[in-house]
Design a protein around this ligand. Sequence first.
Ligand code: FES
Length: 100
Amino acid sequence: MSTKKVNVTFQPVNVTVEAEEGTSILNIALEHDIHIDHNCGGNCACTTCHVIIKKGMENLSELEDEESDMLDKAKGLTLTSRLGCQALVYGDVVVEIPKK
Ligand code: FES
């Protein structure tokens, strides 16, 4: 059985890549040489991997308390903000990487 593929579009670079469902936004970006900072190495202990979901919020894993607490500290927080290393993708999404 093959794993379901999903499409992830990164902005502002405007690159769409295919990924296996259940992969984190951060890992998908890194696999395709798209730069997202990840100072804590994807351990939900920083906010540098903060991204804003433009489309497909419902296609991500649920926001956990730990991620939510950390996100509160992110600069430029929006209603559709997530931590790239914690949000797993289960359908097509459009992700904006905020400027630092
Ligand atoms: S890389 Fe630090 S919280 Fe995601």
